[in-house]
Design a protein around this ligand. Structure first.
Ligand code: GLV
Ligand code: MN
Ligand code: MN
Length: 417
């Protein structure tokens, strides 16, 4: 940053106003938000953000998988743009900040530059990617994965939803299948600002997390097939209870993850029983499994142990258990140069800071396949996220956006290709 602009800062009130206005779309009890990808609520959120992008006179591009990219032109349009962004879809019981903060802080950066009449050498683009949460259509980070060329548009359009829908049909239904090519333009660099979604920064009283890596992630959908029967007449020893087998498996996952130690985490977040009635032994259970680790080999070992547990439970209970992988991403290391830049800018602005890994998945980990990338974290109160009570202090939101402003400004004035 040249000295001339070193004191430039974002407008906190304008940033908060957009965050709270977007959170009204799909608002749910407790202060949270439900905008599952490609639902009517997601469309309404998209429409609002696109309207803001157009108000800022940005060039709004929508690609074949519904990623939205708003570009503020630089002095030399031949140079690759610098990109920031995140997502505006949420889980069913999401908060106001996850993803939304990064997108709206990106817009705030562009508005700050425009208000100060600053033109950068490179264009700056603010993106929101489709279906980052993966809560409705697996895998997560789907839009950025396709943007980066890691999955074909055709394959993505054909993904099934948890509600029996097809991604491509829902994308067309809400009118967000656009003409821009996907995979998209390779940026000069990508920087994503996000709430931490964990307890570390708050516990240590630190404002800025400089994110070095994202842990690996493995999702599976598991189907247990037993035999439905009468709950009153079927002796316990003659049952093939899919519900019981699913519960056993959930407990085994917890035990395997616990004994793996290290950074290993594991979650059985959904169990659906069929026919799901009080007096019927369940014939079928469908459960999901989310396993994560910063160490890919350790993650693979846990996957194997879970597979063994499935076999053992199937034999013991006389049920069949099948599983299919719905997401598998290795840990991602961010770019040392961009990490360093984030650290220097955060330090120069007087923030407390630390380097750290990300436990959550993020669009930046997909875009990192194509260009140098890194992330900036700000604290999450009580470490809560994927929870309606998710909260970050206004001063921290502002501090993170100011780091983003100057990191993007610096990158956007780099002349080398
Ligand atoms: C996506 O946000 C995830 O980490 O689950
Ligand atoms: Mn997120
Ligand atoms: Mn999330």
């Amino acid at each position: 940053m040249t000295n001339e602009h070193a004191s430039l800062r974002v407008d906190r009130a304008r940033l908060l106003d957009r965050i709270f206005s977007l959170a009204e779309v799909g608002a749910i009890e407790g202060g949270g938000v439900c905008r599952l990808a490609l639902t009517d609520e997601d469309k309404a959120g998209r429409d609002l953000v696109v309207a803001w992008m157009r108000d800022l006179s940005l060039d709004v591009q929508i690609d074949a998988i519904g990623n939205v990219i708003a570009v503020r032109e630089g002095r030399d349009p031949a140079l690759a743009p610098v990109m920031t962004g995140s997502h505006i879809d949420t889980v069913r019981t999401g908060g106001k900040y996850d993803g939304n903060y990064g997108v709206l802080a990106g817009l705030e950066v562009l508005e700050t530059l425009a208000a100060a009449n600053i033109t950068t050498e490179r264009s700056i683009a603010v993106a929101f990617f489709t279906d980052e949460e993966g809560a409705r259509f697996h895998p997560d980070m789907m839009g950025s994965l396709v943007y980066a060329g890691g999955m074909s548009v055709e394959e993505a359009l054909d993904l099934p939803g948890i509600d029996g829908t097809r991604l491509g049909d829902e994308l067309n239904r809400i009118g967000y299948a656009g003409p821009s090519p996907c995979p998209g333009i390779v940026p000069h660099a990508f920087v994503e600002l996000h709430v931490e979604q964990g307890p570390v920064l708050e516990a240590e009283g630190i404002t800025i997390g400089v994110v070095e890596r994202v842990q690996g992630i493995s999702w599976q959908e598991v189907i247990v097939t037993g035999q439905s029967n009468h709950a009153g007449t079927t002796p316990m020893r003659l049952r093939h209870d899919a519900g019981y087998a699913a519960a056993l498996l959930a407990v085994r996952v917890r035990e395997i993850v616990g004994s793996a130690g290290g950074d290993q985490v594991g979650t059985v977040g959904s169990i659906q029983l069929h026919p799901d009635l009080v007096n019927v032994v369940a014939a079928r259970a469908v459960l999901t499994m989310d396993l994560r680790n910063t160490d890919n080999d350790a993650l693979s070992r846990v996957e194997r142990d879970v597979a063994t547990a499935m076999q053992e439970i199937a034999e013991a209970e006389g049920v069949t258990i099948t599983s299919r992988s719905t997401a598998r991403f290795e840990p991602v290391e961010f770019d040392p140069r961009i990490i360093n830049l984030v650290e220097v800018v955060a330090h120069d602005q007087g923030n407390t800071l630390r380097r750290m890994p990300s436990g959550a998945g993020h669009d930046a980990q997909m875009i990192a396949r194509t260009c140098p990338a890194a992330m900036i974290f700000v604290p999450s109160v009580k470490g809560l996220s994927h929870n309606v009570a998710e909260f970050t202090e206004a001063a921290d939101l502002e501090a993170g956006a100011n780091v983003l402003l100057h990191v993007l400004f610096t990158l956007a004035n780099e002349s080398s290709p």
